[in-house]
Design a protein around this ligand. Structure first.
Ligand code: AHM
Ligand code: MG
Length: 331
């Protein structure tokens, strides 16, 4: 049997010698929230948690009960820990202050509590995405300034995928590791050590139903990956779940490219810079891949607002660079 390492032990053993433990404890808090959300996702078909709540979120989308539950769990698992100074969630319009009765810490948490939630009713994999920053504002408690840092400043990023098993994948800037949840013992166990994504893949993931409104570069790129060329991997296989964490996770392991480009109707696409693009960009870069908005590295973008959208092209390094060339009209 290969060595059995729980997520707690891994976090403890990989933290720098001078670390106070605050940051490690935060990752454990997130893993705890993931267990609670995973439990509800897994029994979603059994109890009355499917379906809409009847309200819409800040993006005008209908909020599903599980979205609300996940949002609330993350908040409640972390608000009282004394480790965070502020949070922001894709489901909430404003930044989330730490309640005055609790101590404030040095970190900022940004999260998408349940991404891909339109897939819940069909039993398709969904996920939670998160990232941590250090507090930079001089205010006593966290502010919007703390939440609007470029992705490059992330100190940790990760996601949880609720699929055939629940997995937590994260990086603290020192490799990307994956932990699979063992429900029989209630622990996340190290299952994927130092994940590296292939430099080139042979999968492309994009919603081709939107192709009529793409720019010519994006159209040319997607046509290119579908052409037959025995010298390269082409034609690529098309794989699109429509659940970002699941599409990203598969491509991270197998190699490939995911695109949610800007288009004529939505010049900045659909995905959110701080909740979705930045955390996955940090992970993919630490796994040897790359993330771009077609023109710039995702991690370099300074957000203007917490709900800012960005085109996202992410995955294997050579594939993303090639897509950039097409989008920029260089090919
Ligand atoms: P959500 O945050 O409201 O769940 O939306 C994000 C999801 C992503 O998981 C997925 O990549 C994308 O929306 C799919 O969008 P589309 O249906 O337009 O292809
Ligand atoms: Mg989302």
């Amino acid at each position: 049997m290969s060595k059995l390492v729980t997520i707690d032990r891994h976090i403890m053993e990989t933290q720098p010698p001078h670390a106070t433990g605050e940051f490690s404890a935060l990752l454990n808090d997130i893993a705890f929230a993931a267990k609670l959300i995973g439990r509800e996702v897994n029994k979603a078909g059994l109890v009355d948690v499917l379906g809409f709540t009847g309200t819409t979120n800040v993006h005008g989308e209908e909020v599903r009960k599980l979205d609300e539950y996940a949002d609330d769990i993350i908040f409640k698992a972390l608000d009282h820990t004394g480790r965070l100074c502020v949070m922001a969630s894709e489901e909430r319009e404003e930044i989330i202050p730490i309640p005055a009765k609790f101590k404030c810490g040095h970190y900022v948490l940004m999260y998408d509590p349940l991404d891909g939630s339109s897939n819940i009713d069909a039993n398709v994999s969904i996920g939670t995405i998160f990232s941590l920053y250090r507090k930079v504002s001089s205010a006593e408690r966290g502010t919007l300034e703390d939440c609007l840092q470029p992705g490059l400043e992330q100190v940790a990023a990760g996601y949880i995928i609720y699929g055939s098993s629940t997995m937590l994948v994260f990086t603290t800037g020192n490799g990307v590791c994956g932990f699979t949840y063992d429900p029989s013992v209630g622990e996340f166990l190290l299952s994927h050590e130092n994940i590296q994504t292939p430099k080139r893949g042979k999968i492309f993931s994009v919603n081709e139903g939107n192709s009529y409104r793409w720019d010519s570069g994006t159209k040319a790129y997607v046509n290119y990956v579908k052409q037959v060329d025995k010298g390269t991997n082409r034609p690529y296989s098309g794989r699109y779940i429509g659940s970002l964490v699941a599409d990203f996770h598969r491509n991270l392991l197998y190699g490939g490219i995911f695109l949610y480009p800007g288009d004529l109707k939505n010049p900045n696409g659909k995905l959110r810079l701080v909740y979705e693009a930045n955390p996955l960009a940090m992970i993919v870069e630490h796994a040897g891949g790359y993330a771009s908005d077609g023109h710039r590295r995702i991690l370099d973008i300074k957000p203007d607002g917490i709900h800012q959208l960005t085109p996202l092209i992410i995955g294997s390094l050579d594939d993303v660079k090639e897509a950039e060339d097409f989008i920029q009209g260089k090919r």
